[in-house]
Design a binder for this molecule. Structure first.
Ligand SMILES: Nc1ncnc2c1ncn2[C@@H]1O[C@H](COP(=O)(O)OS(=O)(=O)O)[C@@H](OP(=O)(O)O)[C@H]1O
Length: 444
């Protein structure tokens, strides 16, 4: 099931987007005084209005219908799928895309191709889970668990629109992703998922001294166990060449397919291994490229999504073939995201925010570099939040407390260096075989 040989593809050519000419204007307001079309104004037959009664209750949907005349919206398989990577900012991307009126999704994550209970419901169930969409709009979904499971691209390739589906893979610093993944699982383990507490598989080693161990120590222990599983018990990452690391990992993945109970069988999707395997982007993209083409792929660098989400949103719009409705001017920087309150600011304050933010980002990058030398932890706070287009009549929005766990946190420099050495060959493969981008700035 695991595909080891290289997909035969050309490296993707990076599109350079010109900066937007329009900057923030002081006259822009957050919430527009929008009058939505009435039901009477819509050109569709009454039986359609009755059939989709709840849908037409939403003013924005009536507006979409009015703009589409007598076209009747329909349900179809997604035109675009955000596959992951998990913990790389996929939620932020989805939320920002939802302010773009041409992108339509169903709230939440579908988990069709990965969860056995959903998979058992069949492709028609997946189809029916999709939102009502007009022909020129983009129906999409995001489920970050689609990225690192080798059986998923094959399942996706059986969709009737497989040749035309577009994929967005959000890729971030693999070391930070691993830590973020760990923190997520650690939190789930502490509070229990869906309100059910208790140890989660993979964290058994923490149970004895659970209360005494810091998150950073627990992460280090998790990584050491994962290294043992992926590289072999006796192996020291520092004495391994890039090719030896690649070979050890390739061998590891062959043991995924062993029969249950076989000695040496591995579990790449479970803690501890998953914190590392989820960041092996080149391995997972290679699998996708055995079933789909490079033209169907957008590799979005999460550094851009965090530092300039407007640019990323324009990139996604171009890739999907829709107008660039969300741009740099639809974001403001919230340096107190911890408060989780994002009430609209007055526009002067936003302009001040953004200019101080540019300085802030320069400082942040300098801090990151300093931190690598001095092993000190300098808080990195804040994220960009959405300032919706006036026409949407929606409030500004920041992500909630489940996003931002790794913010302000740091790890021992030596630990980061060892993990980075492990990922290095795979990041090189990503650059040279697949995305054509440069990731030297992944230096968290
Ligand atoms: N604008 C904005 N606001 C908040 N958070 C942001 C934003 N942009 C990117 N991020 C980063 O998103 C990380 C969570 O990634 P995902 O949403 O992909 O996680 S998940 O897989 O859906 O659980 C999250 O990681 P953690 O800090 O570890 O929670 C953030 O680093």
């Amino acid at each position: 099931m695991m595909i080891i040989e290289d997909a035969k593809v050309e490296v993707k050519k990076k599109t350079v987007l010109p900066p937007v000419k329009k900057k923030m204007t002081e006259t822009k307001e957050y919430v527009g005084n929008v009058t939505w079309p009435t039901m009477e104004e819509l050109e569709v037959p009454n039986e359609i209005k009755a059939q989709y009664e709840d849908w037409y209750k939403v003013g924005m949907n009536r507006q979409r219908q009015k703009a589409h005349g007598d076209e009747i919206p329909g349900v179809r398989y997604p035109d675009l799928i955000i596959t992951g990577a998990k913990k790389c900012g996929t939620t932020a991307l989805k939320i920002f895309m939802n302010y773009h009126t041409w992108f339509q999704d169903t709230p939440g994550e579908r988990h069709f191709f990965n969860r056995p209970t959903n998979w058992a419901k069949g492709y028609q169930w997946y189809h029916d889970e999709m939102p009502l969409t007009f022909k020129d709009e983009i129906c999409y979904e995001k489920t970050p668990d689609y990225f690192d499971r080798p059986f998923i691209p094959e399942r996706m390739s059986k969709l009737e629109n497989a040749k035309n589906i577009k994929f967005v893979h959000v890729l971030c610093d693999p070391v930070r992703r691993s830590f973020s993944h760990f923190l997520h699982m650690f939190t789930v383990q502490q509070v229990g998922q869906w309100g059910v507490g208790g140890p989660q598989p993979g964290f058994e080693f923490l149970q004895e001294n659970f209360a005494d161990i810091t998150k950073e120590e627990a992460f280090e222990k998790t990584v050491e166990l994962a290294f043992e599983n992926l590289l072999g018990k006796e192996k020291d990452i520092d004495s391994m060449s890039d090719d030896e690391i690649r070979a050890a990992v390739a061998d590891y993945f062959t043991r995924w397919d062993l029969k249950p109970g076989s000695p040496g069988r591995v579990f790449p999707l479970r803690i501890p291994d998953a914190v590392l395997t989820g960041s092996l982007y080149s391995t997972h993209i290679n699998t996708y490229l055995h079933y789909f083409t490079q033209e169907q792929m957008l590799y979005l660098d999460a550094t851009e999504l965090i530092e300039n989400p407007g640019m990323s949103l324009r990139r996604v719009a171009d890739f999907a073939g829709v107008p660039q409705l969300i741009t740099e001017e639809n974001f403001y920087f919230d340096d107190e995201k911890d408060a989780h309150v994002c009430s609209p600011l007055n526009t002067n304050a936003i302009v001040a925010h953004v200019s101080s933010c540019k300085l802030f980002l320069e400082l942040t990058n300098a801090h990151r570099r300093l931190e690598n030398f001095y092993s000190c932890s300098i808080p990195i706070s804040g994220y960009f939040c959405m300032k919706p287009p006036v026409e949407s009549a929606r409030e500004s929005f920041c992500l909630g407390s489940s996003k931002g766990r790794s913010k302000d946190k740091s790890l021992p420099v030596e630990l980061k260096r060892r993990i980075r050495k492990f990922f290095n060959p795979f990041v090189k493969d990503l650059e040279t075989k697949f995305t054509g981008d440069n990731y030297d700035h992944w230096d968290w």
